[in-house]
Design a protein around this ligand. Structure first.
Ligand code: NGQ
Ligand code: ZN
Length: 456
């Protein structure tokens, strides 16, 4: 489909420019010109920025957002007790349920400012523990949800084999995640065939964590999949760092740097607990740190050492992980605010050559997100997918402010409700802040969630 757009002002790779005209063919930008005149049939938008890539999602967890905010019997609630609640929640999710939940999550993501997503997908088996007739049944439900909503998708099938360092057998709660090497290869091959790579689709692999995958399996996965994104959870919890040290003599990121050949293919999800040497090593590797600030705050993970990592030119992007709250501006605000609270300073992540905190944060997250998803996204430029957010230029908080204050105002002052329209792959998927299929998506979701929560 071909469309032309005219933006009063747009944030291009070179900065804010007035009167920008954009030509889109088959969902991709073919031409960008600023200082132009509008043509009669251009779609007209006020202030426009690229949609943000979301590099880390477990879509099904959206349905349990808000259900684990109650004190447990011991009063010692932490990441691991949350994980038990999450394992119980996923017990009875069937394929249709998963598609409905993922569709709901992706529609919410689009409304929240994310136009592409990396789905770190580990629910492979049925509730009874068997593989489906199509071993990629559940993976492909995410592709269907992406088709329905219009979001760009990099699918990352997860390899999961053990419950602890040293290859300890999986627990009963983990039975739906487990595959052997051959089953995993079939899932990846099936996804690659059913969801061909394009400007809006890609497929990588995700060894779940150093807890869940042995060193030998990781080596063979990397041999068998020499190209495409590789995502892994690492160094999120202090206990995980201690267990890794006890078993291998190295910390998780230290181990990955020494043994996994980290480079631009990799996304290290969380990377919360790092030594100075790990910070420099990870930054130099070219891998992306997959930060999930709102989930990390919700789970009590810790605070990422962002100033040192940014000083070392480290690359990072944003994931929404558990989807406890979907909000692109809110993720970047949380990242900056956690730094302000720890360091008792302001504008901690604003660059030396870019005074605006909002602009510095948004620019880094666009670049890191696009790299981690390995999709042509994250910029209003020829060759990129046409993913645009219209921030309401007529909003009272924006009218008297020049474009260069738009990102600071969005991230820090107004938030998610400033997003009026979202264009994904050239199509208008969100208007007046609502997904175009919102009514049907909500109705389906209400039906599914009612059954999942009240089945017994
Ligand atoms: C996950 N989530 O895979 O959904 C994990 C929990 C684990 C986060 N780490 C399970 N935030 O790490 O074992
Ligand atoms: Zn995760």
């Amino acid at each position: 489909m071909n469309r032309t757009f005219f933006f009063d002002a747009a944030w291009l790779p070179e900065g804010w420019r007035p009167r920008v005209r954009v030509v889109v063919r088959d969902g991709m930008i073919t031409e960008v010109r600023h200082g132009s005149e509008a043509a009669a049939d251009d779609a007209r938008l006020t202030r426009v920025v690229p949609g943000l890539p979301n590099l880390h999602s477990h879509a099904f967890q959206r349905a349990m957002a808000g259900l684990a905010e109650r004190r447990g019997p011991s009063g010692a609630d932490d990441f691991w007790s949350w994980r038990e609640v999450m394992y119980r929640f996923l017990e009875r999710i069937e394929p249709d349920d998963l598609e409905t939940i993922a569709t709901y999550a992706y529609a919410d993501m689009l409304e929240a400012g994310f136009t592409s997503v990396g789905e770190f997908h580990y629910l492979h088996r049925s509730p009874q523990g068997g593989l489906y007739q199509d071993p990629a049944e559940l993976a492909l439900r995410h592709a269907a949800a992406a088709d329905t909503t219009g979001i760009g998708l990099t699918l990352l099938p997860v390899f999961y084999e053990s419950s602890q360092f040293g290859g300890a057998p999986p627990t009963a709660g983990q039975r739906r995640f487990i595959t052997d090497g051959a089953e995993f290869a079939r899932i990846v091959a099936r996804v690659r065939a059913a969801v061909p790579a394009s400007g809006a689709r890609n497929c990588g692999i995700a060894p779940h964590s150093l807890r869940a995958v042995t060193a030998a399996q990781l080596a063979s996965l990397l041999r068998e999949h020499p190209r495409g994104p590789v995502h892994i959870h690492a160094a999120e919890q202090v206990k995980e760092v201690e267990d890794c040290l006890a078993f291998t003599g190295l910390r998780p990121v230290e181990w990955l740097l020494a043994h996994a050949g980290l480079d631009e293919r990799w996304c290290i999800v969380h990377a919360t607990h790092l030594t100075d040497a790990e910070i420099t090593g990870l930054a130099r590797s070219g891998a992306v740190a997959g930060l999930c600030p709102i989930t990390e705050a919700n789970l009590g993970d810790g605070v990422f050492p962002a100033p040192a990592f940014c000083d070392a030119q480290g690359r990072w992007g944003i994931g929404t992980d558990s989807h406890i709250r979907l909000d692109a501006a809110g993720e970047l605000r949380q990242l900056e605010y956690s730094q302000r609270l720890v360091h008792r300073r302001r504008n901690v992540l604003a660059r030396r050559d870019q005074a605006s905190s909002g602009t510095s944060l948004f620019e880094a997250a666009l670049r890191g997100g696009a790299q981690a998803l390995a999709l042509p996204v994250g910029a209003i430029a020829a060759g990129c997918r046409a993913d645009f957010l219209e921030l309401d230029g007529a909003h009272p908080d924006l009218t008297a402010r020049g474009p260069e204050l738009t990102l600071d105002t969005w991230l820090f002052a107004v938030g998610r409700s400033l997003i009026r329209q979202v264009i994904a792959g050239g199509e208008t998927v969100v208007e007046h802040g609502r997904h175009r299929h919102r009514e049907r998506i909500d109705a389906d979701y209400r039906r599914v969630i009612g059954r999942l929560l009240h089945a017994d």
